[in-house]
Ligand binder design. Structure first.
Ligand SMILES: NC(=O)c1ccc[n+]([C@@H]2O[C@H](COP(=O)([O-])OP(=O)(O)OC[C@H]3O[C@@H](n4cnc5c(N)ncnc54)[C@H](OP(=O)(O)O)[C@@H]3O)[C@@H](O)[C@H]2O)c1
Length: 294
């Protein structure tokens, strides 16, 4: 297929290029400087020019806390952007794969969220992402919306890299232990999307909303401990910092986050044969690709 990727310099955008490089697909990967998805005219012109069969929207405003003070910018990128892409995709009868987030939920459940669960975002980021989903559903008949969570990779900024940096700088750190989710490797999301594309390229259309995340739920505290354990056992850290459990109340942030945002990947598995990623293995792989930490 001829594919166009937006947000090509982000974590997912970079991993998509790595994964799709070895496939039969023709890939046009555009970063923000080549295509600003908030610019309706630019989106129309680029899609008219390239006429992709599928568009993967990996572009997003992902600064969850900053979004509280920049709601218009967040909406331009997370809502207007997907709307622009959806309208362009519809004109060309193209498939639009749009990425969304666990933060569309309020976190009040205690069992994994399915695609049928009621959304109720707690902050500007989650709200603008949910509005983006709705825009895609409204304007593009051939869409896949993939919600994912707690994304990490060897690229860009993420929790794994932040922990490794803080671990070098400090002897002790507090990490929130009362928010639970599933860490997800961006490379695994890219692999899942490659499977989705395979099914569509065989003319087996399965549009709709799907969830995809890593397999085991943990708190940020437990995730931090896993990161330091893995880095230490690889000989990447001379000493492990002491990691202390703290609560959300101890670490106030501008945006409210869901206490529980575990996603069930079962529907994606059933329809596309994609299983939730073993994130412990992916974490090892990411650490092996990062520069030595000491
Ligand atoms: N990161 C997470 O923990 C997480 C969790 C759940 C869901 N998600 C979703 O997963 C998807 C991928 O996230 P990610 O972690 O790969 O995000 P990311 O690393 O922050 O990458 C997003 C990319 O979008 C680009 N971008 C921003 N505004 C743009 C615009 N107007 N036009 C075109 N590109 C623009 C950014 O460009 P610059 O580099 O120039 O800023 C960046 O390269 C997003 O939809 C996100 O909402 C992420």
């Amino acid at each position: 297929m001829k594919l166009l990727i937006t947000g090509a310099n982000g974590q997912l955008g970079r991993c998509l290029q790595d994964v799709l490089a070895d496939t039969e697909h023709e890939v046009i990967a555009l970063d923000r400087s080549s295509l600003d998805i908030g610019d309706a005219k630019a989106v129309k012109q680029i899609i008219d020019q390239h006429q992709p069969q599928a568009i993967i929207n990996a572009a997003a405003y992902t600064a969850v806390d900053k979004a509280e003070s920049e709601p218009e910018l967040a909406a331009r990128i997370n809502t207007t952007g997907p709307e622009n892409l959806a309208k362009a995709a519809e004109r060309h009868s193209a498939l639009l794969i749009h990425i969304s987030t666990d933060y569309v939920f309020d976190g009040s459940k205690t069992t994994p969220y399915t695609e049928d669960d009621v959304t109720n975002p707690q902050g500007v980021y989650g709200q603008t992402k949910l509005d983006g989903e709705k825009a895609v559903q409204q304007h593009c008949s051939r869409h896949v919306i993939l919600r994912t969570a707690w994304v990490f990779s060897e690229y860009g900024n993420n929790f794994v890299k932040t922990m490794l940096r803080l671990g070098k700088e400090r002897d002790e750190l507090g990490v929130v232990a009362d928010q639970v989710g599933c860490p997800t490797y961006a490379g695994a999301i890219a692999g899942a999307l490659a499977s989705v594309l395979r099914v569509f390229s065989e003319n087996r259309a399965r549009y709709g909303v799907y969830h995809y995340s890593g397999d085991n739920a943990v708190s940020w505290y437990e995730f931090a401990r896993c990161i330091f354990d893995a880095a230490k056992s690889r000989g990447e850290l001379l000493k492990q910092p002491q990691v202390n459990r703290i609560t959300t109340k101890d670490y106030p942030t501008p945006a409210t986050r869901p206490a529980y945002s575990v996603l069930s990947s079962d529907k994606l598995n059933t329809r596309f044969g994609v299983r939730a990623d073993d994130w412990h293995i992916s974490l090892e792989a990411v650490l092996s690709r990062l520069p030595h930490q000491e």
